[in-house]
Design a protein. Structure first.
Length: 199
């Protein structure tokens, strides 16, 4: 695996997976605080399998949940990216492309997820030409929901669903759904440009 940079922001590289990402990613996924909104922390083996699936998705789809690193230091922060979900049972809103993130605790509260996610949205709408990008999480995951809102996504108030990979009575089976259309993205970008021109 080569160090291929897909995208970049002022502070971050959004790049291809490398072998030496597996250990810090496994540490991240074993952290019970990071994984509090997931069914359980992940073993190293499962974390490595997830990395391999991401690499396969990059080759198949041209995008994946990809690593982010700090330009200035090379520090691995976690992953942010786009994904075509492939659960054993379909989501109620399939087919879709989702945006998601998972970052280590020391990267929280610094705007990294928002910064990286905005660049992936730009890629999804302007380069790939997607009509819509979705995001979903459990109702109590307020940090992720705030990121979704900061990047312009809107909750589908009728879109709540039970995650198909969990039993219906599982404590985190219920998920909320956020959406962002290409038209809304373009309108938001134009508004931002107009605001900068007027400042």
């Amino acid at each position: 695996m080569t160090r291929t940079v897909f995208l970049e922001t002022d502070r971050l590289y959004l790049r291809a997976w490398q072998e030496d990402d597996i250990e810090p990613f496994a540490e991240l996924c074993a952290d019970p605080v990071v994984m509090q909104y997931f069914p359980e922390p992940m073993s190293r083996e499962n974390s490595e399998q997830l990395v391999r699936r991401c690499i396969a998705k990059q080759e198949q789809d041209g995008f994946c949940m990809a690593p982010i690193e700090v330009k200035a230091t090379g520090e691995f922060l976690g992953l942010v990216g786009l994904n075509r979900p492939t659960y054993a049972a379909p989501l109620p809103f399939d087919p879709c492309v989702e945006i998601g993130w998972r970052m280590k605790q020391t990267a929280w509260g610094k705007g990294y997820a928002t910064e990286a996610a905005r660049e992936w949205l730009r890629f999804g709408f302007e380069t790939i030409g997607l009509d819509e990008i979705v995001a979903f999480t459990i109702p109590t995951n307020l940090p992720s929901r705030k990121v979704m809102e900061r990047i312009g996504m809107t909750q589908d108030l009728e879109g709540d669903f039970l995650h198909p990979s969990l039993e219906p009575d599982h404590p985190i089976a219920k998920h909320v759904l956020y959406r962002l259309s290409s038209a809304s993205w373009s309108a938001g970008e134009q508004a931002n440009q107009d605001a900068l021109a007027d400042s």
